[in-house]
Design a protein around this ligand. Structure first.
Ligand SMILES: Cc1ncc(COP(=O)(O)O)c(C=O)c1O
Length: 390
């Protein structure tokens, strides 16, 4: 394939740091981000320190705090408003535990949806065991979550509204500002799952006023699985005492005081046990690379790639799942394969041809990043259309 398009220097630098792009068209960051030489270097230097320092804990602790601060900087938060965990499911379970412990809470309802990533949905469903009502609005790859449905579902009993910023099923992007405004107008807190958006869409939690926002580094942030961050708005985290907790949620974990459950004054009260030190060392470095490339610049590139894939796919007879306009999508175009089996078949034949995409249910998901070239996106759409015809 002759390479003709050029990227802005910052994106070209990001591209140049990913060796996999020399041999594949990589369109699967919605599932797993590719490895960069910077991340590889971070793993190596983690091993070096481990090999040379007698006890690594001091340096490891510093890296966890740098990762916390790095995540805070990505979303315009203060490090004190960010918790570090090992998965989003775990962090949301901690949030649930802080809410359901109030036996006489006047509001005992959570509005969620079937468009939620299952691990997040399951954490909210756990509240039912405590007598809470958890309503799941309809949403799937064909009919993504409608913000108006979310808004009209919020009532005086609702304590929490949970929405994904970008759907993992279809790539549809939700207008979270509308949901936040409606939730707050009715006295409910709003949680946003930004796993499918952070890194490719600029996020500013202070401007949006969101109460909770979580993301991990395994996808568009180009880090590893094993670390997730939870933002909890200042003024709110001080009021919450999660019972799903651990020694890193304490005021001073190193007091080794087994007798008291003193909650840290910051959002670190949502931290649990020993932190994920290796993913944190990687996360710090991975997020630096994304910040240097700039999420705003990445968004511009991604939107243009998504627009051309929608247009070309349409011309070639492929059906897009979710919105047909790039501005209403995250870094993903989902084409309809009809069935899960067919989606998996198409994706594995594409893989044999060095085009990496991600099947999910009936969708074949093509997710570009700031490092993706126009001709790569078009090549993938053409190959998919050819295969789908057979
Ligand atoms: C939207 C979304 N949320 C959350 C997750 C992952 O959650 P966890 O960190 O609990 O594995 C994913 C992973 O695919 C996702 O796509």
């Amino acid at each position: 394939m002759a390479v003709v398009s050029t990227l802005p220097p910052e994106l070209q630098q990001l591209r140049g740091s990913i060796r996999l792009l020399e041999s594949t068209v990589y369109l699967a960051s919605c599932s797993q981000g590719p490895l960069s030489t910077r991340v590889e270097g971070a793993v190596r230097s983690f091993m070096d320190t481990w090999n040379t320092a007698a006890l690594g804990w001091e340096e490891w602790g510093r890296q966890v705090e740098s990762a916390r601060a790095g995540f805070a900087a990505m979303i315009n938060a203060r490090p004190e408003d960010v918790a570090v965990g090992t998965s989003m499911s775990q962090l949301v379970s901690s949030v649930v535990s802080a809410y359901v412990r109030e036996r006489r809470a006047p509001r005992r309802r959570i509005v969620s949806s079937l468009g939620e990533f299952p691990g997040v949905a399951h954490a909210w469903l756990g509240a039912r065991a405590y007598g809470w009502r958890v309503d799941q609005l309809a949403a799937d790859a064909v009919a993504p979550l409608d913000p108006l449905d979310v808004i009209s579902a919020v009532d005086e009993d609702t304590a929490m509204v949970s929405v994904p910023h970008v759907s993992y099923q279809s790539g549809a992007m939700l207008d979270v500002d509308e949901v936040i405004a409606a939730g707050h107008a009715r006295g409910a807190a709003v949680f946003v799952d930004a796993y499918q958006s952070l890194g490719t869409i600029p996020i500013d939690v202070r401007a949006s006023g969101v109460d909770f926002l979580a993301s991990g580094t395994a996808k568009y942030l180009l880090g590893t699985p094993g670390i997730d961050f939870l933002y909890v708005r200042q003024g709110l985290h001080e009021q919450l005492e999660p019972t799903v907790t651990g020694w890193f949620g304490r005021t001073d974990p190193f007091a080794f005081d087994a007798a008291s459950l003193d909650y840290a004054p910051t959002a670190a009260r949502f931290d649990l046990g020993s932190p994920p030190v290796l993913p944190a060392a990687v996360a710090e470095c991975a997020m630096d690379a994304i910040r240097e490339a700039d999420p705003g610049r990445i968004r511009t590139q991604v939107e243009s790639l998504v627009a051309s894939a929608i247009e070309l796919g349409g011309e070639l007879g492929l059906r897009v799942l979710g919105p047909k306009v790039a501005a209403a999508r995250g870094a993903m175009v989902a084409f309809d394969a009809g069935t899960t089996t067919e989606g998996e078949r198409l994706s594995s034949v594409l893989l044999e041809r060095d085009v990496v995409v991600s099947p999910r249910g009936r969708a074949v998901r093509l997710s570009p990043h700031g490092f993706t070239l126009q001709e790569e996106m078009e090549h993938a759409v053409r190959e998919l259309a050819l295969l789908a015809e057979r």
